[in-house]
Design a binder for this molecule. Sequence first.
Ligand SMILES: Nc1ncnc2c1ncn2[C@@H]1O[C@H](COP(=O)(O)OP(=O)(O)OP(=O)(O)O)[C@@H](O)[C@H]1O
Ligand SMILES: [Mg+2]
Length: 148
Amino acid sequence: MKQVINNLEELNKLAQKLAHSFKGGEVIGLVGELGAGKTTFVQFLASALGVKEKVLSPTFVLMKVYATTNIRIKTLVHVDAYRLNNSEELKNIGLAEYLGRPDTLVAIEWADKVKDILPAGVLVLNFKEGSEENERIIEMPAFSHLKI
Ligand SMILES: Nc1ncnc2c1ncn2[C@@H]1O[C@H](COP(=O)(O)OP(=O)(O)OP(=O)(O)O)[C@@H](O)[C@H]1O
Ligand SMILES: [Mg+2]
């Protein structure tokens, strides 16, 4: 399905709804051009899960692990594959141990660059610019249980 997001507030609402629908163990792949809103989306997700630490883009550290205050999802892992040409480096920094962990949500920016390590059930959100400055179009699989 396609979701038109008109501003940051609407992106925040979408992130909150998704965060509350997750059970833990999910892997979200975020795809879209520079400035599309991938990091901003993860910041809203983190806030919805009760992460206290400030979430910054992990472009240079590649992976950042945050503790949440959510009951089901205790850990948020934020990955940025922008600088990678293959997934080898992510294997080296230990991403695999977080994938599919039932108390963990993994969000991967530029997931299209590391397709080979994504689990079968990865949920891909594709961010595209809209016609207005703050508008974004997000393509994602339909969530039958969610009214977005
Ligand atoms: N509706 C919106 N959704 C997301 N971001 C928006 C929206 N409207 C404005 N913005 C702004 O667009 C910018 C998005 O930057 P962000 O760092 O999240 O992009 P990114 O996709 O992570 O880029 P990169 O590929 O460089 O990591 C932010 O400055 C944000 O405030
Ligand atoms: Mg980013």
